[in-house]
Design a protein around this ligand. Structure first.
Ligand SMILES: [Zn+2]
Length: 362
């Protein structure tokens, strides 16, 4: 395995391989692009390649099997474990006590921020000789969360790039970083992964119908990570109660609330609320349907974003509810979202929403 195994973003991969082949490795790189497209994966691959025992001079790949490639993987696992232990600590001091950085180190936010102590440690280590690898690589993930004091410290490192260390900053959007930081990094942009690649990821070890595959590609929205996690059958079964809910309250044949199949609606609200520990997933599904309903109502020339397979039903529901109804649907979802951390009865909330929507405009 080497860079061949990386999915999508061929331009980013090519840029990284060219850096390796040229032998001129910048002191700092910035990998920017949306979540789930492999920025961290490629950063680790570069870290391996910079240290791989099998890479000849001018080579642009890594083996993934030599002791140093394996070591890079171990370092990353160790730093991940260390970070999660620190996050659990209630004591602010203990969160950054005794930081030790390996030759390949992942630096991520411990609280909401990447803390000043984390970058102070980085600065202390960056100018020393690596312990056992030829080149040290520090991967700063979610660099947009650097505490402002940490940014100042990091800037000092970027102004005097160490000989033995490469920094890889990762963030969703380069413009979330201060221009002074941005301008000192070589930018490698990442984009959404193309549908055929996503379709391949979805099909790995699974048998999918073309309809499931199409739906999966739209749900994953260019993210390999989402595609890997997505279970199309589960998605469709989680969606089903929302469809019953909408079939009930947005039935074009119902002239008054009395015509509505309330049994269907209340069975749906029960099923939706049953998923108590995962209510956020239920709400996300509601939001994605809402977004497509608005899309259809506005007669946008583009097809619905996700639930393309439901197009005729979406049109029917959108027309029945109208913009005003869809706004109330949104308020209901927002309300559920606000209350989800409290111990409230979500089923009751959804029932109130259903009755409200069925009553139509005031
Ligand atoms: Zn190797």
């Amino acid at each position: 395995m080497g860079f061949e195994s990386f999915l999508g973003n061929t331009k980013a991969v090519t840029a990284v391989r060219e850096i390796l082949a040229s032998g001129r490795v910048p002191g700092a790189l910035l990998f920017a692009g949306l979540d789930g497209v492999g920025k961290k994966t490629l950063a680790l691959m570069l870290a391996k390649a910079l240290n791989c025992e099998k890479r000849p001079a001018g080579g642009d790949d890594f083996c993934g099997e030599c002791p140093r490639c394996r070591k890079a993987e171990e370092f990353l696992t160790a730093t991940r474990d260390d970070l999660s232990r620190r996050r659990e600590s209630k004591d602010a001091q203990k969160r950054t006590d005794g930081l030790v950085y390996f030759d390949i180190q992942l630096i991520e936010p411990i609280t909401r921020y990447i803390l000043t102590d984390q970058i102070r440690q980085l600065r202390q280590v960056a100018y020393t000789h690596p312990f056992e690898s030829p080149r040290r690589v520090f991967i700063i993930d979610e660099a947009q969360t650097l505490h402002w004091q940490a940014v100042d410290l990091l800037l000092k490192v970027l102004e005097e790039p160490p000989d033995t260390t490469t920094l890889i900053l990762i963030c969703p959007n380069a413009y979330q970083l201060r221009p002074t930081i941005r301008s000192r990094c070589r930018l490698i942009p990442f984009s959404q992964v193309d549908p055929p690649v996503i379709a391949e990821v979805l099909a790995e070890g699974r048998k999918l119908t073309p309809a499931q595959q199409g739906l999966g590609v739209r749900v994953a929205a260019g993210s390999v990570a989402k595609a890997k996690k997505l279970d199309c059958e589960d998605f469709v079964s989680r969606r089903r109660p929302w469809l019953d809910f909408l079939d009930g309250i947005a039935n074009p044949a119902a002239r008054s609330p009395g015509d509505i199949d309330w049994r269907l609606v209340f069975d749906a609200t029960k099923a939706l609320a049953d998923n108590r520990h995962d209510f956020e997933v239920t709400l996300d599904m509601g939001y994605s349907l809402l977004s497509d309903l608005l899309h259809v109502l506005e007669e946008s020339p583009e097809p619905p974003v996700i639930h393309l397979d439901l197009r005729p039903r979406l049109a029917k529901w959108a027309q029945k509810l109208g913009l005003e109804g869809l706004e109330r649907f949104k308020s209901g979802l927002d309300q559920g979202y606000r209350l989800q951390t409290r111990n409230v009865n979500q089923q009751l909330g959804l029932e109130v929403l259903a009755i409200d929507l069925a009553a139509g405009p005031d």
